[in-house]
Design a protein around this ligand. Structure first.
Ligand code: HEM
Length: 359
């Protein structure tokens, strides 16, 4: 069967697709950064327990207190890119979501369970004792499963040639397991999360050190080590991912191809610089290089999607029915929401600083 026959007709968009693409990248950057802090810090706490036979440390205590915040922010910052990606690629994403509907709907329950465990871990931290590693390990497992389903859906949507498998498996239980990009892509996201989780821990203890905490230096170096070694491992996984891309898909002769390679080249160099800063325990320069690398890698991810979908679709095919009001309304709400979040964070940090306590 011709897979093109399975692609629905796209809905009209209200403004030029460039606007939607720009806001998709901007909001996805925030979502992935927060997801990395959530998944990464939870993994580091889990390994900390395994190494320290379940003992509590300033690092595990910090993670227990921040996870309910970071999960909530991750989920909320996932909504905006979901709206933009549906506006641009809804006809692909709705189809892939139906093909794996059981897993896709399960994401809601898995997330609620992970969020509940984050509260158990935070509120019962002292009482859990030896039970802490189990709570954290279960939460990490749930978060990994959510991420795995996300990677499945976002790879399945961009490979319509795999959709006809639905006719052999019409029960909403289709995963994209035959795609050679799936495993390296998933690992690239998860190991990247551990790196950024390490950097977030280093950043927190950098701030504590600046407030005169004598013990902070040890944990700053701990976070930097996690960041540096996970990033080194992720370079190898990134090369595996690159090797798994369809042959000849991204040729430098095409605009998408050379932009993709440019993003990877500059992103790679910045990642090396970030590792060197990380190994030298220089948190702020490592952070600057990492944020730039993440932005470039997410842009490369968008270019890869455009290249994979090019036999089926290009943005110019989206019908345009001009109506700028929804975008202005979104921008107004975004500005209002960000101002509110900034003032809440300012208030929270001021109260922690005043009490000289962890969050
Ligand atoms: C803590 C739970 C979550 C984790 C671990 C997680 C993880 C991920 C990962 C790994 C990706 C990349 C997938 C890929 O490119 O292959 C991703 C993308 C995405 N996530 Fe999340 N996610 C979480 C929650 C959410 C929620 C609740 C939403 C929506 C309300 C959301 C919306 C999105 C969107 C829209 C994208 C991709 C946008 C695009 O392709 O341009 N995420 N997420």
């Amino acid at each position: 069967m011709d897979p093109a026959a399975l692609i629905p007709v796209p809905d009209a968009i209200p403004v030029h697709w460039g606007w939607l693409q720009f806001f998709l990248h901007l909001t996805l950057f925030c979502h992935i950064l927060l997801m990395n802090v959530t998944v990464g810090t939870a993994c580091i706490a889990m390994v900390g327990y395994l190494r320290g036979r379940g003992a509590s440390t300033p690092c595990t205590e910090l993670v227990s207190r921040t996870l309910p915040f970071t999960i909530a922010f991750t989920v909320n910052f996932g909504v905006a890119p979901l709206l933009f990606v549906q506006a641009l690629y809804g006809h692909f994403l709705y189809t892939s979501s139906i093909l794996m509907a059981v897993f896709w709907l399960a994401v809601v329950g898995l997330l609620i369970a992970a969020y509940a465990l984050a509260y158990v871990y935070k509120n019962l931290y002292a009482r859990l004792g030896r039970g802490r590693p189990f709570v954290v390990a279960l939460m990490v497992l749930l978060l990994f499963t959510v991420a795995f389903f996300f990677v499945n859906n976002f790879t399945l949507m961009q490979t319509p040639s795999n959709w006809s498998r639905y006719f052999a498996h019409p029960h909403g239980l289709l995963l994209n397991l035959a795609d050679p990009m799936l495993v390296p892509r998933f690992l690239h996201f998860m190991v990247g999360a551990v790196a950024i989780g390490g950097l977030a821990i280093a950043l927190w203890f950098h701030w504590r050190r600046s407030r005169g905490d004598q013990t902070a230096d040890h944990w700053l170096r701990h976070g930097c080590r996690w960041f540096s070694f996970a990033t080194i491992a992720n370079v190898a996984i990134g090369l595996w991912f690159l090797a798994a891309l369809p042959q000849g898909m991204l040729r430098p002769a095409t605009t998408t191809g050379w932009l993709f390679l440019l993003c990877l080249a500059i992103g790679g160099m910045l990642a090396v610089a970030a590792v060197l800063f990380g190994l030298a325990n220089r948190v702020l320069p490592a952070l600057a290089c990492t944020l730039a690398t993440l932005a470039l890698m997410l842009w490369a991810r968008g270019l890869l999607r455009a290249a994979l979908l090019s036999p089926w679709f290009s943005m110019e095919q989206l019908p345009l029915t001009p109506a700028a009001t929804p975008l202005f309304f979104f921008l107004f709400m975004l500005a209002a929401g960000l101002t509110l979040i900034a003032s809440m964070l300012h208030f929270t940090f001021r109260s922690w600083a005043g009490r000289e306590e962890l969050p």
